[in-house]
Design a protein around this ligand. Sequence first.
Ligand SMILES: Cc1cc2nc3c(=O)[nH]c(=O)nc-3n(C[C@H](O)[C@H](O)[C@H](O)COP(=O)(O)OP(=O)(O)OC[C@H]3O[C@@H](n4cnc5c(N)ncnc54)[C@H](O)[C@@H]3O)c2cc1C
Length: 650
Amino acid sequence: MSDKRQAVGREKEDPLNSVKSKRTLGLEQDITRRDFLNSTLLASGGALLSSMSPAQLLAQKVENKNSFTDDWTGYGGVGDYANSNGNTTAVFEAGHRIRDGEFETAPSNFVDTGEMYDCVIVGGGISGLAAALIFQRKAGEGKTCLVLDNHPVFGGEAKRNEFLVDGRRLLAHQGSALFQVNYPHSFIERFYQSIGLKTPRLQYQKWGSSDPEVALPTTPYLGSAPYGLYFGAKFGQPKGVWVTDPWGKKLEGAPLSAKVREELLRTQLPSAAQAPEYRGDAISRRLDTITLEDHLMEKYQISRETVRTFLTPDEGSAFGLGPDALSGYTAYAFDAFGPTLDDENQMFPDGNSGIARLIVKTMIPDAIGGQHSLEDVCRNSINFTALDRPGTGARIRLESTAVWVKHEGDPAKSQFVTIFYARGGKLYQVRARSIVMAGGSWTTKHIVRDLPQDRKEAYAQFYRSPCMIANVAVRNWRFLYKMGISGAQWYEGFGTYLQLRKLALCGTDVTIIGPDSPVVITLKVVYSRPGHSTEEQGHMGRAEMISTPFREYERQIRQQLTDMFARTGFDASRDIAGIILNRWGHAYASPAPGFYFGKDGKPAPGDVLRGAPFGRVAFANVDLTGMPDHKSSIIEANRAVGQLLDQVLS
Ligand SMILES: Cc1cc2nc3c(=O)[nH]c(=O)nc-3n(C[C@H](O)[C@H](O)[C@H](O)COP(=O)(O)OP(=O)(O)OC[C@H]3O[C@@H](n4cnc5c(N)ncnc54)[C@H](O)[C@@H]3O)c2cc1C
């Protein structure tokens, strides 16, 4: 927050309404965004943050619904996902009705659909979709399942944005981005094969410019491609200083003290600290008793301040918060998946949206037009009417928020579960012989009304934190190319890094890339608030995200890119072709110390939920393992469906 406040505070006049600001930043430009301004919120965004609780902020948002709903959600792009960019206003409002206790007692005013399914799956992200497909396959002929998801499009965090820029179609991810090539006989590789991902090593765009080539990776994360560090006002550099090839040049020219420079250089060297050999060994258990911040200080012999200022964007960002809020074991949690076949990460042009679409095409063949090929699934549109067709074995019902789930009578003897869901202002009832809760801890703990105490206590140890993915379509990226870089990292203002990537060829019209190609720049915002508890950091971040209208974030984005790149020719007014914000209120599972192996002699909370179903209810979703990767989503779906088939359904 403090960084963002500084950015806003640099201007003396009202930054959104000053004529100078509008002109230089291009706020008046006709770009691909909706432009319904709500003057009250725009003027008071900062004040709201400091004086109101998240509940009050959302209440105010709901009251003003008609005047600025669209101004908050903002422009959603074109194509299938035009109305489904992140958690839209409607999704937030439905979720908060649950949190605020509106459905504590069984609803009396509802539409009974009369439907009874063998399995209902709450949550249509990769976990819920995988659960439905696995159920369809394993339960056999005649068994039925229904997926309920609260968004206008399935996929959860694995969705896409689509822009049309000067006639060219550009795709980007809304959240979940990359995947790996796994061992051929592994469970995940066989799952990929079964959904039609037969050649997980994808083909990518080639360099297609007469200018000398600058390396581009396949994903939007900083790595081996050349990038620069930017130091601005926070480092006493109001005009900004760039250090390109920072590690090669040993941070020469960076406005840092000798001590900080030395500490940062140490983080680039191999460390003598021992890493865990396997999940659960003595080293990993010890790491789970301390914070990631303490671990990094110990590992590199660096100060807390250096961790907070410089390592937060890297080290905690796969878990949504800064290192002081996370378990030390998060540094190694992904290792538990084991090795992959090669080091290069793979990514569809729209991220793991491609995997969600492949699952749906496999389960409901006419849900996406064309053949069961990567190309067709990426390129063709969703046939929404095919998703929820009476008489079919597997159905997906969108814009449907499950608000109440309970066994009929004693969970140990009950024959079915009743589910109420909210859709279009009405409540509906369905029944199921079994249910997979794949929506995530933050809703499951509220809506399973007869959840026993041990599962409640387990879910109380799950923290989810917000994240916003801002996709900015630009007409060219010469402003980066001129510095010889394709990525950048910075430590103040909006976002913390960007990395251009070459796109996989499935679903893209353009097979080459160069500095004059239009591209989508992805800016990720995590809301870490060092010094506060994991839970508080999540609440504070959501409060900021909820209270900031689209237009204010747009201004911050334009300001940030202008501050950093105007010197190499970037002109926000000319170069920005479109902006889409994807706000995820509960994006990441943020494991605090004790999450992985339990505290005070108690089992790890994830193990409590994974160990056995509760009555007819099994639990899935990425958050159960503390490894935020779509592989967890699929593995947990497989385990949950297996438990229902082995132990519940007769
Ligand atoms: C910014 C970001 C980047 C990421 N990058 C990667 C990456 O590069 N690679 C990778 O493998 N993983 C990545 N992940 C991890 C990601 O969480 C998983 O890959 C995966 O997409 C999670 O799928 P899921 O189904 O488990 O959960 P989700 O995607 O969260 O799906 C749950 C769905 O259930 C819905 N839901 C919840 N409650 C209800 C209810 N009561 N009624 C109806 N619907 C409900 C939710 O709204 C959502 O649509 C990233 C995550 C984030 C946030």
